[in-house]
Design a binder for this molecule. Structure first.
Ligand SMILES: [Zn+2]
Ligand SMILES: [Zn+2]
Ligand SMILES: [Zn+2]
Length: 257
């Protein structure tokens, strides 16, 4: 399985509009962060996790042409507002693309993009989402995917654990205030953990970077990449300050697992 970070930024992206801080003005490409999403290439297809407002630019940047399934973490704007751009990534014959999400996220999608879900839009070449409610672990593109419910403000939010050949390889938790007890055993000792590490200071609905480091230690993840990053985290200096085995993710980083 191959992971590509399409975006590693917080909800406003980095640089922020109108900000002159050192990170927003940095020449380091790793300080340019699109909104948070990843691509997961499994043995029999490609899964896009979240459709950010930057989806078009993200797809062009990595040469993405087709997606076999979309997996959504939750219904916040920074994770879904690029949904309309799926029209270029869906099945060219049927325009269909399967969307997997929890109940609240499917409800939000159907409200925000009512014209895609109300059954009236049948123009050729326009995306035709096929919603699937996730109620238990599922198989997609040759991978087994286990939902990881996490607290994150008022919306039902899930991370996901990805298994290949019956072996848990990777967990993705982009937006979370913590990894709660009922989810912890599912990521205990995971080879690779991608975790929300928003900023140095604490936040009501996200893990701060120090909290994320502590959480990653507690679950004994072997390799950790922090994501959903603000402009308070310069890449080079922050990376150098992290414990061994822990890293800041950056846009276009790929992991072969
Ligand atoms: Zn977010
Ligand atoms: Zn800034
Ligand atoms: Zn969120």
């Amino acid at each position: 399985m191959k992971i590509t970070f399409l975006g590693t930024g917080t909800s406003q992206g980095v640089p922020l509009i109108g900000c002159d801080c050192a990170v927003c003005c940095s020449d380091d490409p790793r300080d340019k962060r699109f909104r948070c999403s990843i691509l997961v290439e499994g043995p029999s297809g490609t899964i896009l996790v979240d459709t950010t407002p930057d989806l078009r630019s993200q797809a062009l940047r990595v040469g993405l042409k087709r997606v076999d399934a979309v997996l959504m973490t939750h219904g916040h704007a920074d994770h879904l507002m690029g949904f309309d751009d799926l029209r270029r990534l869906s099945d060219p014959k049927t325009d269909e693309i399967p969307i997997y999400a929890n109940g609240m996220t499917l409800d939000i999608l159907a409200r925000v993009f009512f014209y895609l879900f109300n059954g009236q839009n049948r123009y050729r070449g326009y995306v035709h989402p096929v919603p699937h409610l996730i109620e238990e672990p599922l198989e997609l593109c040759g991978l087994r995917i286990v939902p990881l419910p996490v607290p994150h403000g008022k919306v039902e939010t899930w991370g996901y654990r990805f298994e290949e050949g019956g072996v848990p390889k990777f967990a993705y938790i982009s937006d979370a205030k913590e990894i709660p007890q009922q989810t912890r055993h599912l990521v205990q000792g995971i080879p690779v953990l991608v975790l929300d590490g928003l900023r140095p200071e604490s936040h009501p609905t996200h893990l701060s970077l120090p909290e994320a480091v502590q959480t990653a230690r507690e679950v004994e993840a072997q390799e950790v990449y922090f994501t959903h990053l603000t402009h308070y985290l310069p890449h080079a200096a922050t990376e150098a300050s992290l414990p061994q085995g822990m890293h800041l993710a950056y846009d276009t980083l790929t992991l072969d697992l």
